[in-house]
Ligand binder design. Sequence first.
Ligand SMILES: [Zn+2]
Length: 231
Amino acid sequence: MFIGHYGPAVWDTQRGHAKPIIKLWEAFLAVQAMDLMAGTLVMFGIEGTRLNAAGDPIFHVPWSHSLLSAVIIALVAGCLYRLLRPASGKREFGIIALLVFSHWILDLVVHRPDLPFYPGGETLLGFALWDFPWLAFALEAGMLGGALLFWQKVTTPKRKTYDYAIWALFLLMVAAHFAFIVHQGLQVQNGTFDITHAPPDLVLGLSFLFVICLFATLIGWIEKGRPSKFA
Ligand SMILES: [Zn+2]
């Protein structure tokens, strides 16, 4: 999953109240913590893509995307948050950890079987919704759109710009998703996907990290112009 991961990012029990527990941009990074790790490992050729027995491309992400890794990354991210934000407590820890872990659950739905229980485990999990790229695309865009709509409703823009900006970001994210996931998925169905033409590891990993950080930066900027409606 890609943009659908951002759906749970608005999940913060206080998001609809005066003072959300964590910032939305922090949540944007938390839900992608596992992919931030994957992008880093892709840069060094440790993780990446490969073809499964049926000739379909799957991810080779044993370190960043095993179930055990997801639990560990969630706990580490929670601890890191508490270190970086000394005023935070158990609630912040819990929300960050849950958001990080939500990534694994959502990946489980869309990935072709490529998620092990632990790094190197032979049983690979994934319900393969990406085999139906348009359906998966609708689901992911719907999750992101629904989350942004909720967030728009519980905040007030300081200027109209911050209303347009939400939906400009939405379109940018949908376009990125189409380019990375749907287009690739359709190529797979047509049997034309050529994994040997993927960009070099360093470019692929870096661009992935860049896109995730870009989305977090943009939502952080919009967030500054959209205080809570209940403040
Ligand atoms: Zn992932």
